[in-house]
Every structure is written in C-alpha cells, then in structure tokens.
Design a protein around this ligand. Structure first.
Ligand code: GDP
Length: 202
C-alpha cells in the first residue's frame, strides 16, 4: 500500500467521542515507551503524525487519523502506566476496554511489544484478554534494530512458548524497526489485505 495522504481527525476520551465508524479501523496499542508513536510515524511516512513522548504515559486519549481517505488509524493510550495514580489509570483502562469491545469498525489491533525484553506479564495478560474476547489482533515486535536478528527471534519464540500454553494457534507477527523501516511493507500489506477481507466478506 502506498500512503498518499494522512490527516489527524480528533482526540477522544471515550468511544462516544470517536469518529463515526464508517471506515475500517486499525488500533495501535502497547505499553508506554514501546515505540508506538515512532512506528505510526514510520508506517505513515510522517515525522510528526503521532507525537513521540519523552514522558511515559503521556498519550491519554484515543487519537484518530485517516489514511488515504480510506481507513482509520487509532493511536490508543498505552497500558502499564506505573507512574499514574490508580484512579486515573482505571478511567483510561475503562475507556480503552470499551473501545476495544465495542468499536464496530475495528478490523484489528496491533499489540506492540518491545523486542528487547523477555515476555512481560502485562503484554501476555493483555493478549489473553483479547483472545478471551475474540478481538482480532497481531503482534508487532518493536525496536528490532537495537538487538541482533536472532535475539529478536528468540524473544518472539519465548512469547510463542508462553502463549501456546493457553492458545491453539499464534497471532500474525511482525518484527519491526521504526529506525530502519523494517516490517513496514509487511504491515501495510497486511492492513490492505485485511481491509479487502473486511469490506468484502465472503
Ligand atoms: P511510545 O511512548 O510508545 O509512543 O514510544 P516512542 O515512539 O515515543 O519511542 C520511545 C523511545 O524509543 C524514543 O526514544 C524513540 O526514539 C525510541 N524508539 C522507538 N522506536 C525505535 C526503533 O525502532 N529503534 C530505535 N533504535 N529506537 C526506537
């Protein structure tokens, strides 16, 4: 897929405020500092579409962008904000959960995982939740340029082992680097294919 145009639409704090669900949508989510903004900017080839955050947990809203006038990209607040008061954390979690469970045009979520870290409980628990709720998602391992190729593959393998304890099959998986552009073509092709399947169900 070639990205011709991208535009910011709006920031929402609840599903009610989100744009009308009239285009297929892909959500990006992960723990703060996982490289979400960098990945979104790399995918859309825009330097500042999503603001990279120096402060973990800064993105508190659901930010919608329209890509090529044909699909929505939703930049979702991260989970695992250690530094945020519990009460506020719960409000975000509720808003994101409601979005995930009720957003009718959501085709797939991209769950971003830091490829440098051994399997993290918060990531595993979040994917477990998605599985139980039958929410389609793909795993996106980020920052792969920071480690050797086989080290990234080892982390993916470790996640596979953990997830196969409760899953029969594994989700679609991408290994990416925002710095080097790794995985960009694969991710955009996957989005394109998913849009085609979504709007033309057999
Ligand atoms: P977010 O909080 O998930 O949106 O994460 P950011 O996109 O703001 O990235 C967090 C930090 O990781 C920043 O310092 C980025 O420059 C860095 N970063 C993000 N993606 C990559 C990557 O693919 N490679 C490298 N080397 N650094 C990255």
């Amino acid at each position: 897929m070639i990205i011709h145009c991208t535009a910011f639409i709006k920031s929402s704090t609840s599903i009610k405020q989100c744009p009308a669900p009239l285009k297929p949508e892909f959500g990006f989510i992960g723990r703060s500092n996982v490289g979400k903004s960098s990945l979104i900017n790399m995918l859309t080839a825009r330097n500042k579409l999503a603001k990279t955050s120096g402060t973990p947990g800064k993105t508190r809203t659901i930010n919608h962008f329209v890509i090529n006038d044909s699909w929505y990209l939703a930049d979702l607040p991260g989970y695992g904000y250690a530094k945020v008061p519990l009460k506020m954390r719960n409000a975000w979690i509720e808003a994101v959960e409601e979005y995930i469970l009720k957003r009718r045009n959501l085709v797939s979520l991209f769950v971003l995982i830091d490829s440098r870290l051994t399997p993290q409980n918060s990531d595993l628990e979040f994917m477990e939740f998605l599985g139980k709720k039958q929410i389609p998602f793909a795993r996106v391992f980020t920052k792969s340029d920071k480690i050797a190729k086989d080290a990234a593959e080892k982390v993916v393998y470790e996640y596979d082992i953990e997830m196969l304890k409760s899953w029969e099959s594994l989700p679609v998986t991408f290994i990416t680097s925002a710095k080097k552009g790794t995985g960009r073509d694969e991710l955009l092709s996957y989005i394109e294919e998913s849009i085609n399947n979504f709007s033309n169900p057999i």
